[in-house]
Design a protein around this ligand. Structure first.
Ligand SMILES: Nc1ncnc2c1ncn2[C@@H]1O[C@H](COP(=O)(O)OP(=O)(O)O)[C@@H](O)[C@H]1O
Ligand SMILES: [Mg+2]
Length: 222
């Protein structure tokens, strides 16, 4: 689902942020990207969600070389990738239902379909009863689950999550872990960036370790 071969990236003329990244993540895999702060975890996710471009090397998504996709078709690839941001990015004045519906509305789905799908994804994250609440009235863990629901509402084959347990206590982290595992078990490829080593060590999952922009372990499946 996600393949990188000798990918390099930098933000400006600054020092490179990602150096010679080679990695491969298969369908329905659940893998972590770990590494110290500044190692390049967020940048790696931004590359995969096509918010940044590779300077050199190849990125393939769904088996397609991204460099060969015409600019006017890129949005179609992007739509197949759900992203959970570190700071949630929820709209505070909109309801939970509206927050989750946004992605489908921009795709021009019918109101009936949007309503059905929003309910179903909120059920998946256990928040159907909060559909009419606004985000500031929810706990941190609930807000995180809304962010996951929003990313999953269009049923993307790839889900990326940046530090999804960053602001949560250990108990809520376990809950988010369970939810992401369920999502992977349903066939979605899940890639989670985190420096939460307690979480990573608790699970037996694949770990791709970044240090100073390089993959130092776990880039290729065993
Ligand atoms: N928008 C940006 N512009 C310039 N440099 C950036 C930007 N975002 C991140 N960086 C730099 O890229 C490096 C990797 O950052 P990041 O990908 O956020 O790492 P991590 O998520 O592992 O903490 C850091 O040195 C950081 O300062
Ligand atoms: Mg980061």
């Amino acid at each position: 689902m996600i393949q990188m071969y000798h990918v390099h990236m930098s933000y400006s003329s600054d020092a490179p942020v990602l150096v010679d990244i080679t990695m491969r993540i298969g369908k329905a895999e659940f893998a972590f990207v770990t590494g110290p702060s500044g190692a390049g975890k967020t940048s790696l996710l931004r590359l995969i969600m096509l918010s940044e471009a590779c300077e050199s090397g190849q990125l393939l998504l769904f088996g397609q070389n991204v460099a060969r996709i015409k600019a006017r078709h890129i949005y179609k690839v992007r739509r197949r990738i759900g992203m959970v941001f570190q700071d949630f990015k929820l709209l505070p004045l909109s309801t939970v239902g509206e927050n989750v519906a946004v992605a489908l509305e921009v795709m021009g789905r019918s109101r009936r379909e949007v309503r059905k799908r929003v309910r179903s994804v909120l059920r998946l994250v256990g928040l159907e009863h909060k559909i009419n609440s606004t985000p500031p009235r929810l706990s941190g863990g609930e807000q995180q689950r809304v962010a996951i629901a929003r990313a999953m509402v269009s049923d993307p084959p790839i889900l990326l999550a940046d530090e999804p347990t960053g602001n949560l206590d250990a108990e809520l982290s376990i809950e988010i872990d369970g939810l992401l595992s369920d999502i992977a078990a349903r066939g979605t490829t899940v890639l989670v960036a985190t420096h939460d080593m307690a979480w990573v060590d608790r699970t037996q999952r694949r770990v791709i370790r970044l240090e100073r922009g390089r993959v130092v372990a776990g880039g290729l499946p065993e």
